[in-house]
Structures are given as C-alpha cells and as structure tokens.
Design a protein. Structure first.
Length: 69
C-alpha cells in the first residue's frame, strides 16, 4: 500500500467532501480516502498495482474539482 496526499481545490462544503471521498473510494485499489475541507486535501491509501496516481487525480477532476500540482 502507498499513501499520498492530494491537494484539492474547489471544495466548499460537506457535500463536496462526500463527492471527492466517493469518487476516490470507487477506484479499485483504494483502501482509504480521508478528505478534509479545512486542509483542502485528500489523504489516500491505495495499491499502486491496481490504481495509478494519474487515475486518482483524473477521477477527482472529472467530479469537478482541481488537484493541486
């Protein structure tokens, strides 16, 4: 397992946090996703053999949020 912190912009409420959490957890290989509105980030624990970082970022962006570089 690998853990990464993604900076996420565009979240404004608890609904946004739920949306980001849901799209991350829906990815095969994601064991845990802790999304914080206050910190504007997501700490994701995932299996790099099943899902790549680029896929995680793309899923967040497709949900309407920005992933900070």
């Amino acid at each position: 397992m690998q853990t990464i912190t993604l900076g996420i912009t565009g979240m404004t409420c608890g609904g946004c946090v739920r949306s980001v959490t849901n799209v991350l957890k829906a990815q095969d290989g994601v064991a845990k996703a802790d999304v914080s509105l206050e910190k504007a980030n997501a700490v994701v624990e995932f299996d790099p053999g099943k899902v790549q970082l680029a896929q995680l970022k793309r899923s967040v962006e497709e949900a309407g949020f920005e992933v900070a570089p």
